[in-house]
Design a protein around this ligand. Structure first.
Ligand SMILES: Nc1ncnc2c1ncn2[C@@H]1O[C@H](COP(=O)(O)OP(=O)(O)OP(=O)(O)O)[C@@H](O)[C@H]1O
Ligand SMILES: [Mg+2]
Length: 321
């Protein structure tokens, strides 16, 4: 296989305050190859967003801190770059789109100003060239009346349109890697399908690799080449998408699969994994899933299992399977 575009090793991102340390991301490994779609799944609070913000080096300061690990992108450790060099990477080689576009769009700038700003900064274009390119990109992501919309403000647009504008802004420099953090959760189902289709199309057009964060396994089934399942700040399973759905091995992944709604009318009550995720400021000693796990043995509560390759290319953090 080719070299990975992105290789994360032992990343740890903590929130440190006087009386607690929240281990939001606690030693994850993750690889993304060119053109690959990697989905990160897992319950709320397991560290998905903090992983993506760590890659962008946008972890909330001052409490949030990357305390260990490497994030190697195209051969360079992003954690060793100067802030200035990182500014050249962000929005240019790596872009991010967020769940709620209003947090990423500037309410006092027109759509055109926001997109052209990216081009003027990274592509050295003049205003007129940049505006033409912005309009072209907006059309490409299916924004109607693009010539007029560049003069409008974010609040004048619908949620679906704002999300498209944010995708246009993220893609306008043709990044090698797009990180999409729950990009469709706030959208209704039809628009959601359109946005996913758009991301697939952009991958075809620009060869962009995508890290797609979602807790919707339907989205995973549709989009992912590779899936990383996170639980309590760690990777618990990592494997290609076909194999994950054919044979999920970690008891947590199996629980997630069992919670997918089906059309089976017999199964009226949806399975949900009993118990709750442990507090990230006070993780237990052993396996972090043990207290909820139907297969747990006494030893699981004592020793943290390693992420091990149980079959070629199929990694699982569980000593029982
Ligand atoms: N600003 C912060 N200060 C302290 N702890 C934080 C902060 N932001 C996030 N955390 C903690 O870090 C952990 C990981 O959060 P993160 O936002 O990455 O979860 P997530 O997987 O993206 O969840 P969701 O599916 O709800 O978006 C959680 O335990 C969360 O409480
Ligand atoms: Mg999140």
């Amino acid at each position: 296989m080719a070299e990975p575009l992105l290789a994360i090793q032992n990343l740890k991102t903590y929130f440190i305050s006087r009386d607690s340390t929240v281990r939001a991301v606690d030693g994850i490994d993750l690889e993304v190859y060119p053109r690959q779609v990697v989905c990160i799944v897992g319950e709320s609070g397991c560290g998905k967003s903090m992983t993506s913000l760590s890659i962008m080096r946008l972890v909330p300061k001052p409490k949030g801190k990357i305390v260990d690990g490497q994030i190697v992108f195209q051969g360079r450790d992003l954690l060793k770059l100067s802030e200035k060099a990182m500014t050249d990477v962000r929005g240019n080689e790596i872009s991010m789109i967020f769940q709620e576009p209003m947090t990423a769009l500037n309410p006092v700038l027109t759509i055109g100003d926001q997109i052209t700003e990216v081009l003027v900064r990274h592509r050295n274009m003049n205003k007129r060239q940049a505006l033409a390119k912005a309009i072209e990109m907006l059309k490409r992501v299916g924004v109607p009346r693009a010539e007029q919309i560049v003069h409008e403000y974010p609040h004048q647009l619908s949620g679906g349109l704002r999300q498209r504008v944010m995708i246009a802004m993220a893609m306008v420099c043709e990044p090698k890697l797009l990180i999409a953090d729950e990009p469709t959760t706030a959208l209704d189902v039809t628009i959601q399908a359109q946005v996913l289709e758009l991301m697939r199309q952009l991958r075809e057009d620009f060869n962009t690799a995508i890290i797609l964060i979602t807790h919707d396994l339907g989205v995973v089934a549709e989009m992912a080449d590779h899936v990383v399942v996170m639980y309590a700040g760690q990777v618990v399973e990592s494997v290609n998408a076909d194999e994950l759905f054919a044979e999920p091995l970690h008891p947590y992944t199996q629980g997630l699969m069992a919670s997918i709604p089906t059309l089976d009318e017999e199964k009226e009550v949806l399975y949900s994994i009993p118990g709750t995720v442990p507090d990230a400021a006070a993780f237990p000693e052993g396996c972090r899933f043990a207290s909820r796990c139907p297969l747990a043995q006494p030893s699981c509560f004592e020793k943290m299992p390693e992420l091990r390759e149980v079959k070629p290319g199929h990694f699982v953090r569980c000593d029982v399977v």
